[in-house]
Design a binder for this molecule. Structure first.
Ligand SMILES: C[S@@+](CC[C@H](N)C(=O)[O-])C[C@H]1O[C@@H](n2cnc3c(N)ncnc32)[C@H](O)[C@@H]1O
Length: 436
C-alpha cells in the first residue's frame, strides 16, 4: 500500500528530519520516499526512488546552502544517499525530484520552521567536502576572472583528473563534447565520428588546407582532419590532454600533419588558416570576453576562411554564470553560458558573416546518457582511480545535465561563419554543401 504524507505542514510546528529533507529537495509533485537518521519517514513509503538523510551534518549542509549546492555537498560527502539509482547514473531520481533540476529554496517562513525543527546549532556552517573549489571571490588569488593563469587553474581542475578515468567515461573516441547521432540506434562511437565528419564537411576542408582547432581536448578533431590530409594545429590548456593527444597523433602516424600544443589558444601565433574549429571551448570563455575571443578567431583566418563554433547554449540570451552553484564549485569553475542569439550576435559583431546555425539539444541528452552508461559499467575501477566523491560528482553532473538538455534548459549550437571578403565575394555553393 502506498501512503503519501504531506511533506510540509507549517501549522503543526515542527517537522521530522525526513520532512525537512523533502522540503529541501522535492517539488512534492512526484511520489518519492524520504528517510532520515532519526528514524523518520516521509513521502511515499513504497516509492522506489528517494533520499535518505544519514546524519545531522547532512541536515547542516542542506540548511546552510539551501538549493543545489547544499544537496550536492550532502550527497557527495555521503551524508545524503539515493534510493533506486546507481551513483554513476542518478538520472531517474533527478528527473523525478524537481522540474528543470531547479531545487526548491524554502521560503523565509518555511526556513523558520526548519530552524525550530532541527535546532539552531545545525545552522552553523561546516567545511564543505574537500572536492569543492572555493567560491569565486576567494579564487581572486589565482588571478582575475579569465586571466590566463586563472583559466589554466580552472582547466587543470576539470581536465587533469586522470586520462584513464576519461577513457572509461568517454570511450575510444576520447571526445568530451556533444555527439551527433545519425539515428536513434547509433552508438556513441558512431555518433562522435559523425560529429567530426559533419564539422569537417561544414568547414569545406580539403587535403592540403590548414585548420586550427582551439580547445582540442584529446585531439579527436585534430586526428580526424589530419587523417584526411589537412594540416592541423590543436591547442589545449590541459597538460594531461596534450600528452595523451600527442601520443595518439604519433601512434596514428600523423605527426607530419598534426601538432597538439599544451597552450592557451590565445598564444597560437600562426595566421591565415583556411578554417578554425572551436568545439566545446566557448563555455570556458566568459560572455564578456566574447568580443576578444571571436575577434581573435577571425584574426587567425584567411579572407574567405570558415569558423565552426560548437558550444552549449541556454534557452534564453541572458548571461548565465554558474557562480555559487554545484557546477561552478565541483565541475567547471568559472564556466559561463548564454543563448544562441547572443552567440550569433557576437560572431556577427566580430565581423563574420553568419552562414548557418543548428541545434543539437537532444543529441547532447543522448551523449550524456551514453557517458553515464560508461561510468556505471566502469564504476568500481573509476572509484579506485579517482575516489568515490569525484566519481559521484561526475554521475550527478552528467545525469543532471541530461535532464537539463531534455527539458530545454540547455541546448547545443553550431554556428558556421565566414571571414567574408570586404565586398562579399566568395566561392561558396548556393546551398549547404554537407550531408546533415
Ligand atoms: C569540453 S572540452 C572539449 C575538448 C574537445 N574539443 C572535444 O570535443 O573533445 C574543452 C577544451 O577546451 C580547452 N580549453 C579551455 N580553455 C582554454 C584556453 N584558454 N586555451 C586552450 N584550450 C582551452 C580545455 O583544455 C579542453 O580541451
Amino acid at each position: 500500500m502506498t501512503t503519501t504524507r504531506e511533506p510540509y505542514r507549517a501549522t503543526t510546528g515542527k517537522l521530522n528530519m525526513a520532512e525537512v529533507l523533502a522540503l529541501f529537495t522535492a517539488t512534492g509533485r512526484q511520489p518519492l520516499k524520504f528517510t532520515a537518521y532519526d528514524g523518520s519517514t516521509a513521502g511515499s513509503e513504497d516509492a522506489e526512488l528517494g533520499l535518505d538523510l544519514r546524519s545531522p551534518r547532512g541536515a547542516t549542509y542542506l540548511a546552510t546552502a539551501p538549493g543545489e549546492l547544499g544537496i550536492a555537498r550532502a550527497y557527495i560527502s555521503g551524508e545524503l544517499q539515493a534510493y533506486g539509482v546507481h551513483p554513476g547514473d542518478p538520472y531517474e531520481l533527478l528527473k523525478t525530484l524537481a522540474d528543470r533540476v531547479n531545487f526548491k529554496r524554502p521560503s523565509a517562513r518555511e526556513m523558520a520552521t526548519v530552524v525550530r525543527s532541527i535546532g539552531v546549532e545545525h545552522f552553523v556552517p561546516i567545511p564543505p567536502p574537500p572536492q569543492e573549489t572555493p567560491p569565486r571571490w576567494r579564487r581572486v588569488a589565482d588571478g582575475l576572472l579569465h586571466s590566463k593563469t586563472r583559466d589554466a587553474e580552472a582547466i587543470h581542475h576539470h581536465y587533469d583528473v586522470s586520462n584513464t578515468f576519461y577513457e572509461w567515461l568517454l570511450g575510444p573516441s576520447m571526445t568530451y563534447t556533444c555527439a551527433v547521432y545519425p539515428d536513434v540506434d547509433a552508438t556513441l562511437e558512431e555518433a562522435q565520428e559523425n560529429k567530426y565528419r559533419l564539422i569537417f564537411d561544414k568547414l569545406a576542408l580539403q587535403p592540403g588546407d590548414r585548420l586550427l582547432d582551439v580547445g582540442c581536448g584529446w585531439g579527436g578533431m585534430v586526428r580526424y582532419a589530419a587523417s584526411r590530409g589537412v594540416r592541423v594545429i590543436g591547442a589545449t590548456l590541459s597538460a594531461e590532454q596534450a600528452k595523451w593527444a600527442q601520443q595518439a597523433v604519433a601512434d596514428d602516424g600523423l605527426a607530419d600533419l598534426a601538432e597538439v600544443r599544451f597552450s592557451d589558444y590565445r598564444d597560437v601565433g600562426e595566421t591565415e588558416f583556411d578554417a578554425v574549429s572551436s568545439i566545446g571551448l566557448t563555455e570556458h570563455i566568459g560572455v564578456r570576453n566574447y568580443p576578444a575571443y571571436f575577434g581573435f578567431l577571425k584574426s587567425k583566418l584567411r579572407v574567405g576562411g570558415l569558423l565552426l563554433n560548437h558550444c552549449i547554449t541556454r534557452h534564453d540570451n541572458e548571461q548565465h554564470s554558474f557562480a555559487g552553484g554545484f557546477t561552478d564549485r565541483y565541475v567547471f569553475p568559472d564556466g559561463e553560458l548564454t543563448g544562441s542569439g547572443r552567440i550569433i550576435s557576437e560572431v556577427q559583431e566580430a565581423g563574420f558573416e553568419v552562414l548557418h546555425t543548428e541545434n543539437f539539444r537532444h543529441h547532447y541528452a543522448m551523449t550524456l546518457r551514453d557517458w553515464c552508461h560508461n561510468l556505471v559499467e566502469h564504476w568500481d575501477s573509476a572509484v579506485d582511480e579517482v575516489g568515490l566523491p569525484i566519481a559521484k560528482v561526475w554521475g550527478l553532473y552528467m545525469a543532471g545535465s541530461r535532464v537539463a538538455f531534455e527539458q530545454n534548459n540547455l541546448q547545443l549550437h553550431h554556428v558556421l561563419a565566414a571571414n567574408v571578403e570586404r565586398r562579399g565575394a566568395d566561392s561558396l555553393p548556393l546551398r549547404p554543401w554537407w550531408q546533415p
